[in-house]
Design a protein around this ligand. Sequence first.
Ligand code: UDX
Ligand code: ADP
Length: 449
Amino acid sequence: MNGDIACIGAGYIGGPTMAVIAKMNPGRRVLVVDINAERIAAWNSDNLPVYEPGLDEVVKACRGKNLFFSTDIAGAIKACDMIFVGVNTPTKTFGEGAGYASDLQYWEASARTIAQEANGDKIVVEKSTLPVRTADAMAEVLHTHPEHTFTVLSNPEFLAEGSAITDLLNPDRVLIGGPQTARGRAAVRALVEVYAAWVPRRRIVTTNVWSSELSKLAANAMLAQRISSVNALSALCEATGADIAEVARVMGMDRRIGDKFLRAGPGFGGSCFKKDVLNLVYLCRSYGLEAEADYWEGVIRMNEEQQRRIVARTVKALFNTLANKRIALFGFAFKANTGDTRETPALAVANLLDAERAQLVVTDPKALGNARRDLAHLPHVALEPDPYAAAADADAILVMTEWPCYRELDWGRVYASMRKPALIFDTRNLLDHEALRRIGFRVLAVGRP
Ligand code: UDX
Ligand code: ADP
């Protein structure tokens, strides 16, 4: 074993994770490879393809020393005994399980390439989130080349976007699932060594492969469920005159509940929550667990309802018609500190507003590139980097992403440039609503009367 590490897939997970592994393991070479040459070129440039606070520094410190980005997939497989796979596993859009199951074609293609190019025994590490029992299927694909031994480990990534580097440097836990065989245990020990370079041993949890795969889906489903629960309560707050911030604070003071992840908002987005919950629904159904599947599916339905409700309240506040009214969406990323827009609630809201024939203008400090692609089906939507220009002549502003820079805006200036009565719908409860009302705004918020 030379200790060097390859990673197939240079995306949101593969790139930052390997950069941190390289930084904390200066004695190992880390080779990150991808079929997408443009993406690799970006990783080798000053303009990294993923925006994460702190990522630039880590990459700059290691790139060309022990961290390398290239398209030479075969070369990386040959050079390393341990190969991470971090390719995309989107929800299937076709065939059996469409809309629920994960599309494993990229994963399987990677496994076949590993089997074909391997020049010796390899440890293959699942980094992408995968349905339970994928490791088994992959082991079967790999063993079509019986001259070498492949040991498949599950090592799901729990990092959240926007805080990827701090999450990686200081993880709550690192989870490694491996086969309960002598070879499996040795492979697990080899992977533990990689993380033990900076993570305290007590935070490195080892389990069997299926517990590891399921734990990742379970953790994300619990977090998503929490957001849907607090959003369901936010609707009741609006109806009754309670305030969700107060209710959440009281709930959070119970140590059994805890105070994290109780922010009501426009619903969860991001590449993981919806996909993982749908995956869980599919798994339950395929084992005949209908009531359990319906339970988890309710988490998704509640999330969509939140976006529908935001638009319904906007329509009502603007005198039951949005036709030709200018509405500015402040923020398009699925949360602050990322340019990622996958499953962003802002897109669902944009589609619903467009159906009401509103004139949309979208502003965001990091996500307009992705927004252009996501909104290509709505060619009349304007994209505007300057929030002041986006707000000019607008009837309403919907704050969709909790970008801190929106707190610093000169809201008096914004108000003066808008059509009256000027409405702000703060779906993230980011702004000072009393101050806005003093300026003259009508203010709507999630979970507040
Ligand atoms: C999530 C998990 O947190 C991470 O462990 C996993 O590896 C990948 O999925 P991520 O999607 O990057 O990470 O972001 P996260 O911070 O979890 O937020 C997900 C969504 O929930 C965002 O749209 C966010 O705005 C929303 N959210 C989060 C709320 O609406 N309220 C909250 O209280 C917290
Ligand atoms: P994630 O959020 O899981 O990291 P991304 O979509 O950001 O997902 O990244 C996945 C990466 O995997 C993409 O850059 C894609 O080009 C790459 N990829 C997909 N299939 C293969 C493959 N067979 N070989 C190498 N790279 C692949």
